[in-house]
Design a protein around this ligand. Sequence first.
Ligand SMILES: [Zn+2]
Length: 313
Amino acid sequence: MPEVLKAPLVVEFPFTRSLGPVQSAFLTGLRERVVLGVATADGRTLVPPVEYDPVTAEDLRDLVEVAPTGTVTTWAWNHEPRRGQPLDTPFAWVLVRLDGADTALLHALDVPGPDAVRTGTRVRIRWAEERTGAITDIACFEPYDGEPAELTGSDGTFEEKVTGIVAHARLDYTYSPGRAQSAYIAALSGRRTVGERCPSCRKVYVPPRGACPTCGVATAEQVEVGPAGTVTTFCIVNIKAKNLDIEVPYVYAHIALDGAGLALHGRIGGIPYDQVRMGLRVEPVWTDGGRYPDHYRPTGEPDADYETYKELL
Ligand SMILES: [Zn+2]
């Protein structure tokens, strides 16, 4: 029984989105310390504003300023803030109905403990010192016992409107690859590629998943494949990926390692991108400390006959 591995895994990406006229005004307003809602035909003011009436689906465009003060309508205590949350000390998540609004806005309330918040607590916005036109321009809410604050008189027209935002999505979790993939990864640490053969259809899966998806039976027989293989199909990448230090254009290919029953993918190097072809014979290139091949390069052998890999496309 091989050691079962586990490791922290982070999936993160910047999500870039453009803003329509309403969200653009709302976020630009926050940068200028103005809170805008949107008016519905029946006279309600929605904050945060939306572009369509949630009841009638009518377009909404009439911006209305509301006060930076309001009332907590409900709350929940967050005793252990996580990365990226508005405060790094325990705080209350609150829905706040700002003075002048008919709906409530979700944000954080900075209070010392759950005894310091209740439904009905009066609060005001604590503005971030540096504001860029994002919901984080509201640093958080804080208790406030005064009258509704004065409005600035803004009609929602600003210079240098914010037209887009980048929302950073991030998911942290612990990944345990299980028996089959642990064995695959352990073999890779010795620069060997090991798959598993299905006892029923005899196909060799690389990387192995521990079961044959076609036959529905467990796989256990380990089979070393490669190291060389055949390009079965490929694409030419012309768009440079962020944080990836590879010059474009380059080729990304499906490669059937010798003895494998399906192709895995990898980058092709050591040959001009426009000379890569189906049937090209390649071998892995490892870099010092690499946990998997950095790329594959031509072996110099004659191209593989189409008949030998046509089932692996
Ligand atoms: Zn099978």
